[in-house]
Design a protein around this ligand. Structure first.
Ligand code: G4F
Length: 349
């Protein structure tokens, strides 16, 4: 006799964020029941999942939202006991590295203590879910080797990196000591048109599109020499799911393996909207201008410099390729093009 297969239940903290929203898209498309934890705020910040919320076939049928804050472990406990998810993707938290120097305590509470609280709650569940913990390349800080892999020592250089290192170590401890199925995804920067406007890639893409449409004011940026391993968030979401769908839990670096500077990202984004940039000057006096017209589009503003900057973060994802069959196909140049063109489209609406 044909038995009705129970829909897999997914719970996502941070569902309204960039990568949480891509995970929601992925699991809804696979027919899963998706639950998301959202903050009760006076203004709605649901734009990234609005296409799901606005669909009556999805919202309330396949997608359910629950109110809680990361410091409200009683409510998180209640949600976990009520929803009994098969998989939990824990992505929520203050994710801006620069801001973590301004608000280190709340960054640590949201990123470190809240992750520990979630692990503790899961330990009490009769059937704990498989857990994805969103770790970060920031745990490597000033790394002792490049590219970094799962065995590279943690040497965080920022409050955010310290908090992520704590949470990552805790997740490993709960895996070993309590047998929880927990995976740390040590993710490098992952970007998309859904990226928040505080992040450098979004700032650059938005300004490139605006300059192509005739805006005059300069884009102000911090350290143009900073290098990052930038990948494409929807691809990274697939790596996260692959970790929880593997037979056994483990930690994985999720990265493209290519490093680019902020300057190179800007060159690619502007080129994608038809502007050939060149840079001249150095340090705080460096500017980016349009070749031909000489119009200055980018200036350095020391306000955006960070007290400490990880030097060269680039990841080696060969373990993810070997075990999960995952590899990134889009690197910084492709991401810059996708983001700048998406900004052109959205600014023309
Ligand atoms: O875009 P960012 O702010 O990203 P950051 O600090 O690397 O952090 C992101 O990636 C991490 C790794 O995956 C995550 F853990 C974290 O949650 C977040 O998603 O800055 C990238 C680089 C930095 O070196 C920064 O100094 O760009 C440099 N930068 C230069 N000018 C700027 C600016 N960053 C920002 N946000 N704004 C600027 O004007």
């Amino acid at each position: 006799m044909h038995e009705n297969k129970r829909q897999k239940k997914i719970l996502i903290t941070g569902i309204t964020g960039q990568t949480g929203s891509y995970l929601a898209d992925l699991f809804i498309s696979e027919g899963c029941e998706v639950h998301g934890i959202v903050r009760r705020a006076s203004s709605f910040n649901r734009s990234r999942i609005e296409h799901l919320r606005a669909n009556p076939e999805i919202y309330g049928k396949k997608l359910f939202l629950h109110y809680s804050d990361l410091d409200d472990s009683t409510t998180i406990r209640r949600i976990l006991f009520k929803t009994e998810p098969d998989e939990l993707y824990h992505l929520a938290g203050q994710s801006h590295v620069g801001l973590s120097f301004e608000i280190p305590e709340s960054t640590c509470q949201e990123t470190a203590s809240a992750t520990l609280a979630i692990l503790e709650i899961c330990r009490d569940l009769k059937n704990p879910p498989r857990i994805y913990h969103a770790s970060s390349s920031e745990v490597f800080g000033s790394p002792s080797e490049s590219p970094q892999k799962e065995t590279t020592a943690f040497r965080p250089a920022t409050p955010y990196g310290c908090a992520k290192a704590f949470a990552t170590n805790m997740a490993s401890v709960y895996r070993r000591a309590h047998g929880l199925f927990v995976c740390n995804g040590i993710a490098y920067n992952h970007e998309s048109p859904r990226r928040g406007e505080n992040f450098v890639t979004c700032k650059i893409a938005a300004a490139a599109a605006a300059h192509a449409r005739g805006r005059r004011e300069c884009l102000e940026l911090g350290n143009l020499n900073a290098e990052r391993d930038w990948g494409y968030a929807p691809e990274f979401a697939r790596a996260m799911a692959a970790m929880l769908h593997h037979d056994s839990p483990d930690d994985y670096v999720i990265a493209t393996g290519h490093s680019s500077s902020v300057r190179e990202f800007a060159l690619a984004a502007y080129r994608a909207v038809g502007i050939e940039l060149a840079f001249e000057g150095s340090g705080h006096a460096e500017v980016g201008f349009e070749m031909g017209s000489g119009k200055v589009f980018i200036r350095v503003n020391p306000h955006f410099y960070r007290p400490v900057e990880p030097t060269r973060l680039v990841g080696d994802s060969s373990k993810a390729l070997e075990i999960l069959g995952w590899r990134a196909s889009i690197t910084a140049k492709g991401v810059a093009e996708i983001m700048a063109r998406a900004e052109m489209d959205s600014q023309s609406r």
